[in-house]
Write a protein that binds this ligand. Structure first.
Ligand SMILES: NC(=O)C1=CN([C@@H]2O[C@H](COP(=O)(O)OP(=O)(O)OC[C@H]3O[C@@H](n4cnc5c(N)ncnc54)[C@H](O)[C@@H]3O)[C@@H](O)[C@H]2O)C=CC1
Ligand SMILES: O=C(O)C(=O)COP(=O)(O)O
Length: 528
């Protein structure tokens, strides 16, 4: 799957380095950070790449209008502003720059913890108002206090390491990162229920997903120490905003440091204006260093992918990572071609079982891309679904699963490199196998008949079977010439019951070849 990047739209405020790196490689870049949703929908069909931060909402209707879009890049971490399911369905890669802004977000979290413990924002504001209030702003030391960290990924870990230097005890929870790993950075892993009563401060560093929505709510506050302080530098909504306000009012919550909000920018400032709240306008990643890093990283990741060098940061393209190298490309095309042929030959009948077998040493890792490539050809030829959607390695596995189509993948040791497909459907079983000759995918076998000179599976083809090929061939050639066909090459299988013939054409023909159809057992025309 080749990702050709000619024109990229940058619709959020991103460091100029991103523009420069892409332009240097000949990519046309348009930066427009003022687009309304309607304007974005009108503009997006012109682009094959889109780069955003958190402000642009890449919704399903934007994606549906993006007829040429191949990749959406997030210069940052969270992709909750991108409808990733819609992008996957359309075969569009979604990519972020994990790690590029980790340290900035971690430092911002620590800054909120420290400033909250000493009421620095309120105290500083009172001095600007000409006051000298030394009694009002008594604080607490962090030394000896317990910090609970929910989400022990990149940012959670960096927060732990920094706050330990203040003498804080760090405890935490993460469903994936266990105690063996967290103990390496001195975080004692515990269950949420054990952690609530111990925490003086709770900081969240998870994505916003159904499991983390309103994770900290009235019930949780009631299990915490009176005066517990909370910090959210991850995503608005992980701490229930209404519940937080109620607990600040009663004093059950002693303070909150908030960088992110359910609605950004907020329309209701009630929580933000609470005297015990320190709020910043989603500034976690807003440092020159982080912005420079994520801008460079997203541009380089785009270029690496379009140059077929490597895939990094993609969150919805597991089949693509091993399918980029020039050596793998013809095998991807072969599997897709076999998918096209299988669907064309078995028209209408839905497959009960599809088995793909890869033989030969170089195809042993084919399980990561051959089934997806096969499905892309199979679905494309089925013509099912939205005709604007092209099936590729991103969307085919997902769409096939939705339609109940499953591919069993097997490998076999052999000196010969070969991809074999067996397809069982109601009353029909089909076997096809192919290989790569030079860089071209070729058909080796169909049912139990082999081609001594395997024909190329590329471009417009005509595949037929007949009982008596010697009689049929002159008639077929006559019909093709009548239809104005330019025949590039012809191959026939060694007769074994039926004979199969494959005609490679220069251009597709606009004829059903009625004059010869009755002499043939089967006939399919398709462009691969
Ligand atoms: N305020 C800002 O400007 C920034 C905010 N962020 C946000 O910070 C958050 C964390 O980012 P990273 O550390 O880079 O992500 P990460 O992917 O490295 O870590 C997230 C961790 O959350 C854990 N997790 C998932 N479900 C959980 C659950 N139910 N309970 C507890 N833990 C759970 C995951 O297992 C993972 O270890 C993200 O939401 C990201 O969008 C990131 C950068 C800047
Ligand atoms: O990377 C993230 O997840 C962030 O929240 C940073 O958002 P931003 O790029 O500053 O709009």
């Amino acid at each position: 799957m080749v990702i050709s990047l000619k024109k990229v739209l940058i619709s959020d405020e991103i460091d100029e380095k991103c523009v420069n790196i892409l332009k240097k490689k000949g990519v046309e870049v348009v930066k427009n950070t003022k687009l309304s949703k309607e304007e974005l929908i009108a503009e997006i069909p012109k682009y094959d790449g889109l780069i955003v931060r958190s402000a642009t909402k890449v919704t399903a209707d934007v994606i549906s209008a993006a007829s040429n879009l191949k990749i959406i890049g997030r210069a940052g971490t969270g992709v909750d502003n991108i409808d990733c399911n819609a992008a996957t369905q359309r075969g569009i890669i979604v990519m972020n720059t994990p790690g590029g802004n980790t340290l900035s977000a971690a430092e911002h979290t620590c800054a909120l913890i420290v400033t909250m413990s000493r009421e620095i924002p309120n105290a500083a504001q009172s001095m600007k108002e000409g006051k000298w209030d030394r009694k009002k702003y008594m604080g607490n030391e962090l030394n000896g206090k317990t910090l609970a960290i929910i989400g022990l990924g990149r940012i959670g870990k960096e927060v732990a390491l920094r706050m330990q230097s203040f003498g804080m005890t760090t405890i935490g929870f993460d469903p994936i990162i266990g105690g063996d790993v967290s103990s390496e950075f001195d975080v004692e892993w515990m269950k949420l229920e054990e952690l609530w009563p111990l925490a003086d401060y709770i900081t969240v560093h998870t994505p916003l997903i159904p499991q983390t929505k309103n994770l900290i709510n009235d019930e949780v506050f009631s299990k915490c120490k009176k005066g517990v302080k909370v910090i959210n530098c991850a995503r608005g909504g992980i701490i229930d905003e209404e519940g937080l306000f109620r607990n600040l009012e009663t004093g059950q919550c002693g303070g909150a440091g908030l960088d992110v909000f359910v609605q950004e920018p907020p329309t209701d400032f009630k929580l933000i204006k609470h005297p015990k709240v320190i709020a910043t306008p989603h500034l976690g990643a807003s440092t020159y260093e982080a912005q420079s890093r994520v801008a460079v990283e997203i541009a380089e990741q785009f270029l690496d992918l379009s140059e077929g060098l490597k895939l990094f940061g993609a969150i919805n393209a597991p089949a693509l990572a091993n399918a980029l190298s020039p050596e793998t490309q013809p095998w991807v095309q072969l599997a897709a071609s076999l998918g096209c042929l299988s669907q064309a030959i078995s028209t209408g009948s839905s497959p009960k079982q599809i088995t793909l077998t890869a033989s030969g040493a170089s195809l042993q890792s084919g399980g990561s891309y051959l089934p997806a490539a096969f499905l892309s050809g199979f679905l494309q030829t089925s013509g099912a679904g939205d005709s604007k959607v092209n099936f590729n390695l991103i969307n085919s596995p997902v769409v096939a699963k939705e339609r109940g189509i499953q591919v069993n993948f097997k490998t076999e040791k052999s000196d010969e490199e070969l991809v074999k497909v067996s397809l069982e459907s109601d009353g029909q079983s089909l076997v096809l196998s192919g290989t790569v000759s030079g860089t071209s995918p070729v058909l080796v076998q169909i049912q139990n008949s082999c081609f001594s000179l395997p024909p190329a599976l590329q471009g417009p083809i005509l595949l037929y079977s007949a009982d008596n090929n010697t009689q049929v061939l002159p008639k077929l050639t006559g019909e093709l010439l009548k239809a104005g066909a330019q025949i590039s090459s012809f191959a026939s299988s060694t007769p074994n019951g039926l004979t199969w013939g494959l005609v490679n054409l220069a251009l597709p023909i606009n004829s059903q070849l009625e004059g010869v159809k009755s002499d043939l057992k089967s006939l399919v025309q398709l462009t691969i």
